[in-house]
Design a binder for this molecule. Structure first.
Ligand SMILES: *Cc1c(COP(=O)(O)O)cnc(C)c1O
Length: 345
């Protein structure tokens, strides 16, 4: 029996259709700019987001790093959330490799940074200060529960950044989940942003890769930074081909994941021993209360024995994050709830 893997949407396998197009993809040397499938993916992603150009990168981490290296010279500053993936989970790459200083602001419960605090964090012109170059948002904001940021808020941050001569970068690993939540076009959800990275390999199900979009001059520089980081790939069309399916087809079905996540959340709220913490987009957070008759380790083990994979959330042993994706259907959600009732009953 197949595992029901709830640990992340990164665990999604490529679909049968993706595997077929991988086998037949037209390819060339992408470092020469000659891979037609990569070129198509970059162009179509850029068009979908209303930007001039796109860049196929190996991962979301690489895309964010390239974007910030391109926007911000050594010794300059980026304003970003203290719970941002870029700050917490990318090994400090912007500092280690780019000499960029993170200027963190508290991420609020709704996933936003306060506009007032952003404005207050922008450095004045003074010999003692680093120069502020860029503001980075994350949408959906993972660590506070997959909360989507509205297009209006994103526009407000873009306007504020631009008023001060700064760029706005969006870490949009799950940007299509945010667009699906608000029922808006991809272009609208990144209102005003100068650059944005999104993952093809999370909820969109492609085996690898992310895309960075922006204007032509930005992407030309970003392409240099990608090469610098060792990210120039050759016949990458075999990866871009499933990326095209991710972009056009998988991106339109994410509302189903949100419906299934909501169903899971409402089921969990009724299980004794479970405290539902949050549900936004395709994320559900819960914890085992003191009333739960098992330890967290036993809970994980007993769920695994029922073919359901869960992992405790970073550093919080009784807290769990469940991520719903393409391979977790409504029927699977019902199986998960039934198994939890057994284990916790
Ligand atoms: C997954 C993720 C990334 C990084 O993507 P990788 O492809 O794993 O490097 C960046 N930001 C957010 C919000 C993510 O969830």
């Amino acid at each position: 029996m197949e595992m029901i893997d709830l640990r992340s949407d990164t665990v999604t396998w490529p679909t049968a259709e993706m595997r077929e197009v991988m086998a037949s993809a037209e390819v060339g040397d992408d470092v020469y700019g000659e891979d037609p499938t990569v070129n198509r993916l970059e162009a179509e992603a850029a068009e979908m987001f209303g930007r001039e150009a796109g860049l196929f990168v190996t991962s979301g981490t690489q895309g964010n790093l390239i974007a910030l290296l391109t926007h911000a010279p050594r010794g300059s500053e980026v304003i970003l959330g203290d719970k941002a993936h870029i700050f917490l989970y990318e090994q400090g790459g912007i500092s280690a490799l780019g000499g960029i200083m993170p200027h963190t602001l508290p991420v609020q419960a709704d996933g936003t940074l306060s506009l007032k605090q952003i404005e207050g964090a922008i450095r004045g012109d003074n010999n003692h200060f680093p120069r502020t170059k860029v503001v980075a948002l994350e949408n959906t904001q993972g660590t506070v529960g997959g909360v989507p940021l509205s297009p209006e808020y994103v526009q407000d941050v873009a306007d504020l950044a631009h008023d001060h001569g700064l760029k706005l970068h969006i870490d949009g690993a799950r940007i299509f989940n945010a667009a699906a939540h608000f029922g808006v076009a991809p272009e609208t959800i990144i209102n005003g942003a100068d650059s944005m990275t999104f993952c093809l390999s999370k909820g969109l199900g492609a085996p690898a890769g992310s895309i960075l979009v922006g204007d032509r001059a930005f992407i030309a520089e970003a392409r240099r930074a990608r090469k610098l980081l060792g990210g120039g790939m050759r016949q990458a069309g075999v990866l871009a081909a499933p990326g095209l399916i991710a972009l056009h087809k998988m991106s339109t079905r994410l509302h189903e994941d949100h419906v299934n996540a909501a169903a899971l959340a409402s089921g969990l709220a009724q299980i004794p021993g479970v405290r539902l913490l949050s549900n936004h987009t395709n994320f559900v957070f819960f914890e085992l209360s003191d009333a739960a008759p098992v330890s967290a380790e036993d809970f994980v083990a007993q769920m695994k024995a029922r073919n359901i994979l869960l992992s405790p959330y970073h550093g919080a042993p009784r807290k769990f994050r469940v991520v719903i994706h393409h391979w977790i259907s409504a029927a699977r959600v019902a199986e998960v709830l039934a198994a939890m009732r057994m284990v916790l009953g």
